[in-house]
Design a protein around this ligand. Structure first.
Ligand SMILES: Nc1nc2c(ncn2[C@@H]2O[C@H](COP(=O)(O)OP(=O)(O)OP(=O)(O)O)[C@@H](O)[C@H]2O)c(=O)[nH]1
Ligand SMILES: [Mg+2]
Length: 299
């Protein structure tokens, strides 16, 4: 008898906890997480291998009211991933009432989703918890196909187990797509850029991280370490001091925190050189966006 295999698109509103859920299911951090909106900018594949079989989880950028070119790109990427999968897993932050983007996903699923569907009511550790409002919203959105509803706490292993079981239950027999020791096939340059962006989000005020573009220019592999050159792009000259900090304290802290995490990920020393630069309108520059993976066919 073969094993069970499925490609699962994990979609939903920004900040619902999609990346947290994917990391929890994979058992390793393959995708960055933060309390800010638009944390995930690329579709990231997290691979779960277990005696039952293999799940390939596509962690997508959260759908949100698109602002600007990058916002539209991210939304498009999320929709495209959902189109080519076996199971669509919609994550809702049910500690908040359903919002426009949540209802938008329900309508999309109701209208154009031939796949199997799992609805995750996430953040079940919080109160209040609006389960019934989500069920009512779905009933209004023409309730076909029938989704599997699961409550989850993605921040804990036990809290995400139900989602894992449901996904394997819905999977069909097939050949695994990846070796069972691989947790992600996300390109190394983009992983490094994401780790740096996560550390920046932790250090800066809410607005600036959205205007930061991190581009890994080169990775020099030495015998005992990697030397990595990185551009940190801001939109305007006036944002440079914010990204650098007084006496370069921000850039230094981001570098140290990133180097520490990258060492854990790759098991060797990673030396970062961060160059803060003005990349005027980098969000509209197709070449740069492609270099950051936002236009690429990563899926
Ligand atoms: N209390 C609680 N917090 C959670 C849970 N799941 C996720 N979070 C938190 O919710 C925030 C957003 O999580 P992310 O995983 O980055 O959300 P996302 O859906 O990937 O967001 P985007 O990448 O912007 O689309 C983080 O602060 C998480 O720690 C949960 O089950 N309970
Ligand atoms: Mg995310």
């Amino acid at each position: 008898m073969g094993v069970k295999v499925a490609v699962v698109a994990v979609v939903g509103r920004t900040n619902a906890g999609k990346s947290t859920l994917v990391n929890q299911l994979v058992g390793e951090k393959v995708s960055i997480v933060s309390p800010c909106e638009q944390t995930t900018r690329n579709t990231i594949r997290g691979i779960v291998s277990d005696p039952r079989g293999q799940l390939v989880l596509l962690d997508t950028p959260g759908l949100h009211k698109a602002v600007g070119e990058l916002g539209r790109l991210l939304n498009r990427m999320a929709r495209r991933s959902a189109a080519g999968c076996d199971i669509t897993c919609v994550v809702f932050d049910a500690s908040e009432e359903p919002q426009l983007e949540d209802v938008g996903w329900m309508q999309r699923v109701a209208k154009e989703c031939p796949q199997k569907v799992v609805f995750v009511l996430n953040k079940a550790d919080r109160s209040p918890f609006y389960e019934q409002m989500y069920r009512d919203a779905w009933a209004e959105a023409i309730a076909t196909p029938t989704p599997v509803w699961i409550k989850a706490i993605s921040t804990t292993e036990g809290g995400a187990k139900g989602v894992m079981d449901a996904l394997f239950d819905l999977s069909e027999e097939g050949e695994p797509l990846f070796d069972d020791d691989i947790v992600t096939d996300y390109p190394r340059k983009l992983t490094i850029a994401d780790v740096i962006r996560e550390k920046y989000i932790g250090k800066l005020f809410q607005e600036l991280p959205h205007e930061l573009g991190i581009v890994v220019r080169s990775i020099r592999e030495k015998t005992d370490k990697w030397e990595v050159q990185v551009d940190v792009l801001v939109n305007r000259e006036s944002q440079k001091p914010m990204a650098i900090g007084k006496k370069a304290v921000i850039v230094k802290n981001v570098r140290k925190a990133s180097e520490k995490e990258l060492r854990e990920i790759y098991g060797l020393k990673v030396e970062l050189e961060l160059n803060v630069k003005v990349g005027r309108n980098w969000m509209k520059n197709e070449r740069l966006l492609a270099e950051m993976g936002y236009l690429g066919e990563l899926v």
